[in-house]
Design a protein around this ligand. Structure first.
Ligand SMILES: [Zn+2]
Length: 131
């Protein structure tokens, strides 16, 4: 039985987990999620790439209110959302495991349960502290 995820196109692999982005052949701009054209130079020659799985917290905030539909969760608890600098690109995602962060601290990519569907967990990605 495979790992259920919210959107398979976000991932280049699940075990080990890695995000799938695109890289522009003309200007080298990296984008996540992957796009068919480059948002920087409008180039149409892009390649699909696995993004680095470690980075640093670029910015973050903690939400103390439950998200409105279509977002869903099994049980609400305050959660952190951050921008993580992976090097070639900055990615938005959950910051996992706590609700206080420090800009610049190292994190790594991880799968995180988004919700339960038909008794099975559905995963998305997030970033956890390396410390
Ligand atoms: Zn480009």
């Amino acid at each position: 039985m495979g790992i259920q995820v919210v959107d398979a196109s976000l991932f280049s692999s699940l075990d080990p987990v890695a995000l799938q982005g695109s890289a522009c052949v003309a200007c080298a701009a990296h984008v996540f999620p992957a796009q068919a054209t480059c948002p920087m130079c409008a180039g149409t020659e892009v390649s699909v790439v696995a993004l680095p799985t470690t980075g640093t917290v670029w910015s973050w905030t903690t939400q103390h209110h439950a998200p409105k539909p279509p977002f869903r969760t099994d049980e609400f608890a305050p959660f952190s959302i951050g921008y993580v600098d992976l090097g070639p690109v900055i990615v938005e995602g959950w910051l996992l495991g706590r609700i206080e962060w420090v800009i610049g601290e190292p994190v790594r990519l991880a799968l995180a349960k988004a919700w339960t569907q038909d008794g099975e967990p559905v995963f998305t990605y997030g970033f956890e502290s390396v410390a």
